[in-house]
Design a protein around this ligand. Sequence first.
Ligand SMILES: NC(=O)c1ccc[n+]([C@@H]2O[C@H](COP(=O)([O-])OP(=O)(O)OC[C@H]3O[C@@H](n4cnc5c(N)ncnc54)[C@H](O)[C@@H]3O)[C@@H](O)[C@H]2O)c1
Length: 242
Amino acid sequence: MQQLKGKKALVTGAAGGIGQAIVAKLQAEGAMVTGTDITACNADFSIEGNLMDAAICNELPKNASQLMGGLDILINNAGIITRGDITQATDEDLKRTMAINVEAPFRLCRAAIPLMAKVGGGAIVNTSSCWGVHPGPNHPIYVMSKAAVASLTQCLGMDHAHQNIRVNAVCPNEVNTPMIRSGFETRGLDPDKAINELNLSVPLGRIAEPDDIADVVIFLASNQARYMCGALLEVNGGKPVQ
Ligand SMILES: NC(=O)c1ccc[n+]([C@@H]2O[C@H](COP(=O)([O-])OP(=O)(O)OC[C@H]3O[C@@H](n4cnc5c(N)ncnc54)[C@H](O)[C@@H]3O)[C@@H](O)[C@H]2O)c1
């Protein structure tokens, strides 16, 4: 049985590694999906836009709702990783990371919640990271941005449960997507070789594939997670942050 039949979902970062997997699984479970990203994405409806633009974020839930005839699910998946210790970080790095990773989900939740409340409820799944819950080395801007997403999720999970709006977060460890592969390329490493090595550090024997994360997102968005509010669900293959 399809778990999300008739539901209408908005997914950010829908053209990215995890985003594409989320869109495909939402559709497979019967949901109609509006995807948004910098570039066009493969969904029922595609909205191109930069989440650094506050006005775009403020309008997206309403625009998606108009395209689909409602909005039941918001997946805040878009994000960037900013590497390096604090002495290497520029104000621009800080501004950009906080705008995309924190301010955009903040604005999208703020705009989506009243729409969901009006129709009796909904589900929001934010994307934090294991690194947002347990800090890892040499990524202070990324770690604090994902910690802010975790905290936002816990706050909204409490504040909006009475409206039957469940807000939860998925917290992946390393996932095989362009985000992690581009990091290896920047450091002059072969991404396939580097991932094979990274796989050895994971008790389950491999880093996550996008589908491993998307399945948990679908669970949190679905009625299977009907009693979960403000949860931070770590999906890590048994690997601690180190
Ligand atoms: N890959 C990992 O190891 C990992 C681990 C933990 C958490 N995450 C989180 O998972 C989420 C998805 O990451 P991914 O691995 O699929 O990365 P990805 O780079 O493949 O996808 C991210 C998507 O977000 C979009 N995006 C970035 N900035 C944007 C902007 N200003 N406006 C609109 N769209 C924008 C990108 O265009 C891209 O399609 C992110 O929030 C990331 O922080 C990833």
